[in-house]
Design a protein around this ligand. Structure first.
Ligand code: 2BA
Length: 109
């Protein structure tokens, strides 16, 4: 048994959850936040059999797309008289960051 944790863009999470539930997977969507961009994203948990991992990875690939976003970097500490011109930096997010974990035990009580 495995647990897939997929960190995806909020805009892709709905389509991913729908595609997985259509295929009768059991899915949990958690609201999460990236440490770097400090923006909301979604963590999708799927408990599944080993033989199903490839199908779920393929579904994640189909529904989650890479995006570029612009962030404003934190300005450096300035000395008097120094000048800093802030400009946005382009950062790529995803399609998805996926962890596949082995599960020792799974119970539905
Ligand atoms: P964030 O931490 O907000 O990162 C968003 C994007 O910013 C990353 O996209 C990456 O392109 C860039 N980035 C992150 N940390 C960076 C750094 N130290 N220097 C330069 N660029 C950096 P993704 O790699 O696609 O990650 C998307 C989200 O997936 C992340 O959001 C985070 O929530 C999660 N994630 C990615 N790798 C992870 C890991 N190893 N462990 C836990 N969560 C992870």
């Amino acid at each position: 048994m495995k647990l897939i944790v997929a960190i995806v863009h909020n805009e892709d999470a709905g389509a991913l959850v729908d595609a997985l539930t259509d295929k009768e997977y059991r899915v949990t969507r958690l609201q999460s936040q990236g440490g770097f961009l400090k923006q909301g994203n979604a963590s999708v948990l799927v408990g599944l059999e080993d033989a199903q991992v490839d199908e779920v990875l393929a579904t994640i690939k189909e529904t989650c797309h890479a995006r570029t976003q612009f962030i404003n970097p934190t300005p450096p500490i300035m000395e008097p008289g120094e000048f800093y011109m802030p400009y946005p930096v382009e950062v790529e997010f995803g399609g998805a960051t996926v962890f596949v974990l082995s599960v020792d035990r799974y119970e539905r009580l």
